[in-house]
Design a binder for this molecule. Structure first.
Ligand SMILES: [Zn+2]
Length: 204
């Protein structure tokens, strides 16, 4: 997976993607071949999960960014569980996404993206991967507040209620409501606080 620096031909071919047309994931070659990095595999798989939950998902820029956020969150979660279960190394830290893949094109610590940044809603720039970091930081904070198991269930279940063109506001309110329904007010308050810290509309 390449960073979003279009214009450099060799990078344009180094980009894995999932397509719901055939229900397949294609992993790119170039630099470190993408399928060598389990976090890239988990990220692309997340798109298949989300498309199964909400057919035709991603018809607005914000919805697409929200999808990228889930992909980065799931990548980190898979790495975390694998580290605990199998002793996988985490040399670049938990919040660093695709550190093996990105060793080919970034400075150390090699991170395609991070899910512990400080972006807020006003930092939207119109590039779905970059904008995904707004929501992925909130998801990471929810994980910190509720624990991985409860956070994973809440975040994944909320997606069943997303519209194909969901906004940050809409996805946030659905995630808060899902936490309320599954785990009660304390969990819902923690989820709201995580999104409020990102200054998502509807959280004030
Ligand atoms: Zn993606």
């Amino acid at each position: 997976m390449a960073p979003q620096q279009a214009g450099e031909a060799f990078l344009q071919t180094d980009n894995s993607f999932h397509t719901d047309k055939k229900g397949e994931i294609r992993f790119a070659k170039g630099g470190v071949d993408d399928a060598e990095d389990a976090e890239v595999i988990a990220h692309e798989y997340s798109h298949a999960v989300r498309d199964a939950q909400v057919p035709s998902y991603g018809t607005s820029p914000e919805a697409s960014a929200i999808g990228e956020a889930f992909g980065d969150y799931l990548a980190v979660e898979v790495e975390s569980h694998a580290a605990a279960a199998y002793g996988w190394p985490q040399k670049a830290g938990l919040a660093c996404v695709a550190d093996w893949d990105s060793i080919a094109y970034s400075a150390a610590p090699h991170c395609l993206r991070r899910i512990d940044g400080n972006k807020v809603y006003a930092d939207l720039e119109g590039e779905v991967h970059a904008d995904g970091e707004i929501r992925s930081r909130a998801l990471f904070d929810i994980r910190g507040a509720l624990g991985a198991h409860t956070a994973d269930r809440t975040i994944a279940n909320a997606q069943f209620g997303f519209a194909p063109d969901t906004s940050f506001r809409g996805a946030t309110l659905t995630t808060i409501a899902t936490a309320q329904r599954m785990y009660g007010k304390g969990a819902a308050d923690a989820v709201r606080a995580a999104f409020k810290a990102r200054q998502i509309p509807g959280t004030h």
